[in-house]
Design a protein around this ligand. Sequence first.
Ligand SMILES: [Mn+2]
Length: 329
Amino acid sequence: MIRFLVTGDLHLKGANPRNRVGSYKQAAIDKLREVFEMAKAYGCEAIIQPGDVWDSPEVANGVLLEYMAVMKESPCPIIACSGNHDVYGYNLESLERASLHILELLVPKLSVNKGMGYRVTDKPYVDITMQPYEGKVDVDGWGYAYEWPENKRQTDYSDITHIHVVHGMLLDHKPPFDKFTLLEDVKTNADIVITGHDHTGYGIYRRADGVTFINPGALLRSAASISEIERPIQVALIEIRGKGDYDVNLHNIMCARPGNEVLDRSKIEADQKRAYAMESFAALIQSDAGEKVLIDINSIVEQVAASEKYEPAVVANALERIAAERANL
Ligand SMILES: [Mn+2]
């Protein structure tokens, strides 16, 4: 038997998100410690984290050091993926100068985007691959099938359980935006697919073809929305006995306080009004040709760049500047 603990997005940060009551940072630290205790109690081989470790690509040194000390308490390796919030301007190449990379250098137990192959004696074989967030993810369902490097390819795959981790918008419903992939349609060659990105999470989804999909939801509550207030805060435990022979179960995080205690419900109405205002704004900027309305600033920049044929380096630079300005808001 080999076990892994799975968390959702972390979004670690020093300051409180809008509408959050109490200390977000303290709640994050308490939850990480509970995750570590659970990993220890179950004798987990590793903790798998599907991206957005940080809420922004660059955090203050004091915040970085405080979380670093907590991360070092992990009883086992933490295998993380990088999310859109971990890099500048949605650009994966910028990871090497982002806070997540510094955290990886400081915490030997943490590895980012590397995945892992487990060949433990007397335990079933498990391979883990990572698909960090990048522009292609969720475009025509891209990102959910793994490519194992040629030099690591085994001659016999029959006894290997493959876990693929993706920071992608995999959902069990159609959302009011374009970039997503549906669980029922997604194509994969993995046995188990773990996703983050969506903070509500679909939990555990067992598909008829035998593939199991896991997103337990973000470890912390951030936005004041009804779903964010009502959802349980949980992690998933994977127990693998052999190829095709495994269990996945959700476990509640006991120190998580009820949503209505940490999120200001009175702000929901204001947020709703803001959402409606955005819709009216979107209608205003819709082109005569009825082209798709782009609310996401990165999509707007990419669309303009594509139609004006700007150099990719110029576009990347623009997106980074936008992200840097946003981080200062
Ligand atoms: Mn996220």
